[in-house]
Design a protein around this ligand. Sequence first.
Ligand code: ATP
Ligand code: MG
Length: 555
Amino acid sequence: MSVAEKIETEGRDFIRDIVADDLASGRHRHVVTRFPPEPNGYLHIGHAKSICLNFGVAREFGGRCHLRFDDTNPTREEQEYIDAIEEDVRWLGFDWGEHLHHASDYFERLYGWAEELVRAGKAYVDDQTQEEMRLARGTLTEAGQNSPYRDRTVAENLDLLRRMRAGEFPNGARVLRARIDMGSGNINLRDPVLYRILHATHPRTGDAWKIYPSYDYAHGQSDAIEGITHSICTLEFEDHRPLYDWFIENLPVPSRPRQYEFARLNLSYTVLSKRVLNALVKGGHVSGWDDPRMPTLAGLRRRGVPAEALRDFARRIGVAKANSLVDLGLLEFSIREVLNRSAHRRMAVLRPLKVVITNYESAGDELDAVNHPDDPGAGTRRVKFGREIFIERDDFMENPPKKFFRLSPGTEVRLRYAYFITCREVVKDAAGNITELRCSYDPATRGGNAPDGRKVKATIHWVSAADSVPAEVRLYNPLFVKPEPDVANFANDLNPNSLEIITDARIEPALAADNSPAPVQFERLGYFARDRGSAPGKPVFNRTVGLRDSYAKAT
Ligand code: ATP
Ligand code: MG
């Protein structure tokens, strides 16, 4: 596929237009992008949008994309997160090649540039407390106040900065600030903090540093060091762009990156804030970062969502300049699109109701079931039929309303791949619960059609009682009950029914024997993937997604 064709299929957006223009005009010969996660949590589907954009643009335009850990805050960052992020980006289908970088690789250079700013009178050490600095920063309508330490001499600033670095002062005692303009209309330019004192062990640099650079100071300079041409970030950083440019203009950096902002992904019934996701994990609201209800890539993967579905989703939502809320149904749509094509079909019964076929005499009978209706190459398998089978409790009603066409007393239905059966008798326990149906079958309908041409109005799925295997099936619903959960009080909006565990489902033997994590379609029920917590003889399946947009109906 040519670059032009590729871009056509991936879709065009304002970022891709800018990149195409920059290449056409000769401003850049190669496009270099980066994905810069802070390793303070697992990646979520919002990050997937950013990854697909950054790595996608690089791939389509023949450039490269770096994975850079923005590891400037050792108090929140952990090796577990670093490992998980690398695994997730790879799983999503992208490769950074040799370009795995860390902001911490540049600590020495960043520090050297900070001294240069001090020497040029463009940075100073401030002794104000955090509270004093906050009060002096002003508001959107009011200018800030100059710090009383703003006019320290270069010599004094250099001395203090070096002593900060040497670890002479406790956390919070001083900061290094850029000396820009306390009266600027843009609060980000009111003498932003470049370095803070932090006596903390860093996963990579250990105890070498007692001061750490701020995000704003580290980010653009790291971009410049790596030769990033297009530094693509979310809209919250739009107001930081003048500061990004100020550093680039005032420092002898080796290249001139530019920042572009796009709208972050917001997804209904979902929270995409690492702070909240972390609180969900720490608070025990979910079983971990990879709980299948989590919007993390690890959670989605465990749930059975294919990486291809996330790439498809990213393509469909596109890249815009204005924030919006994407319907969760759109994600489900992408998942169904991919799984409908790829998932093999199997039969499972979630809430079994026993059916005895009273006139069935044969000792054993095997029927052919197709693995994929649109893909003959996927082949067929044999499923065992018998005198006793299980059907879905929902597929029977003793007193059905008019439009109910499935099994009821006296009606005839088709058992998928097998026979027509007619319900003759309903057996109940002392409490009046239905415990069993007694049905008759028509041997002439083997394979699912009647030689006399008579029709039935419904086909239901089933498993054989003798050969099916018990399984646990976990059904998931959105974690939150509101389309836009209140992030500040997220616990109030949690869905108490986000997880439903069925412990006594029955699955056909072919499913029990297969250890593959690849999702399958349980016919008529949805797509399900084997959980990594399955034990031999005790399979556990996660519902990836239902067959229809059930979630839209529920709202
Ligand atoms: P936090 O929630 O802690 O503020 P973050 O989600 O911004 O963090 P980062 O690790 O800083 O996490 O994100 C890495 C990259 O992913 C950034 O470039 C950020 O803009 C992008 N990103 C984060 N969330 C989204 C989102 N919802 N949609 C699109 N891109 C996102
Ligand atoms: Mg961030």
